[in-house]
Design a binder for this molecule. Sequence first.
Ligand SMILES: Cc1ncc(COP(=O)(O)O)c(C=O)c1O
Length: 354
Amino acid sequence: MSPTAIAPPTSPTNGAATRNGNGKLVKAKNGNGAPHLTSADPTAPTETLPVDIASWTGGARGSAEHETAVKLAHKWAYLKKGVPTGQALVLSVEGNFHGRTLGVISMSTDPESRAGFEPFLAGVGPTFVDGGAVRTIRFNKVGDLERALELHGANVAAFLVEPIQGEAGIVVPDEGYLTKVHALCKKHNVLLICDEIQTHDGVRPDVVLLGKALSSGVYPVSAVLADREVMLCIQPGEHGSTYGGNPLACAVALTALRVLTDEQLAPRAAALGALFRRALRDLRAPLVRAVRGRGLLNALVFDAAKSTRGRSAWQLCLLLKSRGVLAKPDVVRFAPPLVIAEEDRGAHYRGVSC
Ligand SMILES: Cc1ncc(COP(=O)(O)O)c(C=O)c1O
């Protein structure tokens, strides 16, 4: 989602933000408010924003926005799609990571995230029944989703997916995967919800979830974007949060988005990331089975079986840490800030070469 897709306050019912004498927003009432993203900065680039997009800033964590999105999908399914009340389904994919809340782990296939937290929310997740057998929708397998929608599409409200699976090990799908998913969702009148909390693809989903880099990590802020037709299925009083629409958070987010565009951080990340992957591959390190990623979000697959000294991905991460680079196993992931300097980028692969 391009930064310009962040909408100004959009709902006629959300006019609770007020300006003080300096023209700054000083108050944003949200207790029972309709969706809104408020700005404390009167110079925010609102003039370039599309008018058909509404936004909701629930607060401080990406997973909370998934809860919003599931509620939104349910409401949309009953009001617009005609799904019988109580029967809406939200499909996801195997290997997903959408956070830690109960609704989110109800969709997870990771036993570590789920064990001990049962019972889970019904009607969400990557599994579907096919001729008496339970099947799982795999990431990057369009045919799985196609089959699930052929069988259950009438009751499916939404399909939730990360453009690139981050926690699963920076799994980049085949070219065109999301475009095909988008077309399938359109065919079956299903909302495509993209978890863009870590990554983005060129496709324009029906609902977008944002967090993390929305404020460049400076201040907790997360958001849901959707077309008004979808977003305004939720009426004032039906959803809210004490700190939703937090003006400080929104000001930080808008500033971060401006920096992102002014400093051309996305093309910079694309260029630096390509150099980084090439440098890692050029090391021809015997214990590195694969290098993959997009932009500055990258991973290397460590081949512990090839180590004659029983080295693990965890040990590689400890070695990197001793050289000032924090990375996360099992698939070793690198997610430096987009403002990383050239020389710091070199430290990553010099660590790997040791
Ligand atoms: C793709 C993705 N979605 C959702 C989340 C959850 O965000 P939060 O930790 O802010 O709840 C994360 C966190 O790592 C994530 O990577």
